[in-house]
Design a protein. Structure first.
Length: 153
């Protein structure tokens, strides 16, 4: 049971890590890797921003390997939580929001519509300054209210 708790805590903490990394690193000194995500020039399927997949997958892999080498210690379960967040990020951000694969286009879910709207507001800024909505799974309540109003129509 404690191992499941490690997985859940790591998953939730990753949303905080992702928010901080997005705001202060990706929109800061790593903008040179992230800018093509905001200013798409349609030069192909991949973008420099995809390097963040490797950057953020590395800690999860390290935790998993450490946990395996130490008889499934708690670090294994932290690594699983980090990796599950990475999977959620891929499914929500790359597939659902940005439609890099044409799946999950329509939804009646207020939660998913709020996430999509918040991300759209994030992308209205083409430069690294004046950004908003840096998270992925947690978005301001305003977007839920807006999604709720739209579903009532």
């Amino acid at each position: 049971m404690i191992n499941i708790l490690f997985v859940l805590i790591a998953f939730v903490c990753m949303e905080c890590v992702a928010w901080l990394a997005h705001k202060y690193m990706m929109h800061g000194f790593l903008w040179f890797l992230h800018h093509d995500h905001h200013q798409r020039d349609d030069q192909g399927f991949f973008e420099k921003n995809d390097y963040f997949f490797l950057i953020f997958a590395t800690p999860g892999i390290i935790f998993i390997i450490n946990g395996l080498l130490n008889q499934f210690s708690f670090t294994f379960f932290i690594g699983i939580g980090i990796s599950l967040y990475g999977l959620a990020y891929f499914l929500v951000h790359d597939i659902f929001i940005h439609q890099r694969f044409k799946l999950f286009r329509n939804t009646d879910s207020i939660y998913l519509r709020a996430i999509r709207k918040a991300h759209k507001m994030h992308h209205k800024h083409l430069s690294k300054e004046n950004g908003e909505c840096f998270g992925m799974l947690w978005v301001p309540v305003f977007y839920f209210k807006e999604a709720l109003k739209r579903s009532a129509k």
